[in-house]
Design a protein around this ligand. Sequence first.
Ligand code: HEM
Ligand SMILES: *[C@@H]1O[C@H](CO)[C@@H](O)[C@H](O)[C@H]1NC(C)=O
Length: 479
Amino acid sequence: MEGMILVHVLVFLVALIWYIFIRRNRTNTAKLPPGSLGWPYIGETLQLYSQDPNVFFANKQKRYGEIFKTHILGCPSIMLASPEAARFVLVNQAHLFKPTYPKSKENLIGPLALFFHEGEYHARLRKLVQGSLSLDNLRGLVPDIEAIAVSALNSWADDGHIVNTFHEMKKLSFEVGILAIFGHLETSQKEQLKRNYSIVDKGYNSFPTKLPGTPFKNAFMARRRLQKILSELISERKEKRSTEKDLLGCLLNSKDEKGEILSEDQIADNIIGVLFAAQDTTASAMTWILKYLHDHPKLLETVKGEQKQIHQLNDDANLQLTWAQTRNMPITHKVILESLRMASIISFTFREAVTDVEYKGYRIPKGWKVMPLFRNIHHNPEFFHNPQEFDPSRFEVAPKPNTFMPFGSGVHACPGNELAKLEMLIMVHHLVTKYRWEVVGSKSGIQYGPFPVPMHGLPAKFLKESTQEKGAILCGAFL
Ligand code: HEM
Ligand SMILES: *[C@@H]1O[C@H](CO)[C@@H](O)[C@H](O)[C@H]1NC(C)=O
């Protein structure tokens, strides 16, 4: 009898062990995606940075399919080039992946900025940033954004000099960023912010080192000075006790469920973070829009037609744009979407697996990076017919779900997308109704810094048009 029980127990134990072993084994034997890890340590970083990243990714995808492994920037990584995989990482299973940035960059921007975080802290800050950039708040910014755009365009057309379009667009997007964050700032405060921030900006992509005199060290020191300036701005605002709805106001007024307010460091890091997220992205997009419009004269005429219509309805060229008008520019809006698709400014993003993850039978080991490749998806002929062709009319039909993600997707998707689009619409309105522009020098080529920008920042000449035309019409009337 006892022997029988022992046998039963033994059989049970063997079955249990076998079961556990097989199960463990099964998850362990899920294979890594195909691909090559390249050289030890440096992996395929050199290949990625020595050639057009489009070509690098496209070749990989051709060879291995939509999921493949590689080794870049010292990290084993898995690249994902399908809409489903991007959705898996960014939306459905977002909790299995966390944001990941090089420590040096995190410290330069400010480690408490929302995009480095996940969970509760991220959600709290995201709500505040989103709130400050809500449509209701943007509505009130139209006249100020318009003033910024008009003044920028005027300065470019000043004496027919050659303008570095990207640099100028950066100034414009910085001003709009400052406006969304602080509302109206004193000129001297704005200048200090601008000059110190531009030192941070220059060091951001340089080699991280503490050696004095290097761009990175200079950036680090400028970041400290920014902290001081921000601290002063925060005290000033606190004294005024005003309840502005700009980002600074939202951050200062926030209390969590325990009644805790945000610390000065949390506020400062998030302000620099938003400024950083807003500037080069929007500037790059606007530079591409100018290039695509310039390269497609017929399309430019159509956009002009749409934008001049707005003036005619007002019957006064000096009337300001209304919010409703900015929401009703269908042709220009499609040009913007198509520019975002073509340029795919954020070509890809990084996350890190916080645990072993299995996707479609492939293993993504804990600690590995995953990279949803937005650009590959945007340039896949399966989703965008003739993907290399600039054709805004393709947006007459909404793209298939998860195939168009210029602003990302899921919990970290861009909260500034509506502001960016508003800024672009307003800029294009004034550009096409009052100016002509000529691109100077070589017309092709892309520069990565790290966002894609037309070669040399698209050097161009701007000429004011409307006064000449009016003059011509007047002369005609007199003759
Ligand atoms: C054309 C212009 C822009 C493009 C293409 C763009 C694109 C993106 C993308 C793709 C992401 C997600 C990154 C990821 O998932 O890893 C993102 C995040 C973000 N963007 Fe933008 N962006 C633009 C303009 C702006 C502007 C104007 C602002 C603010 C005023 C802004 C603020 C942010 C912030 C704060 C995040 C982080 C969100 C989070 O982690 O929860 N962006 N952006
Ligand atoms: C940076 O900010 C400080 C104030 O902290 C200011 O005195 C200085 O002029 C600014 N630097 C530059 C290069 O503008």
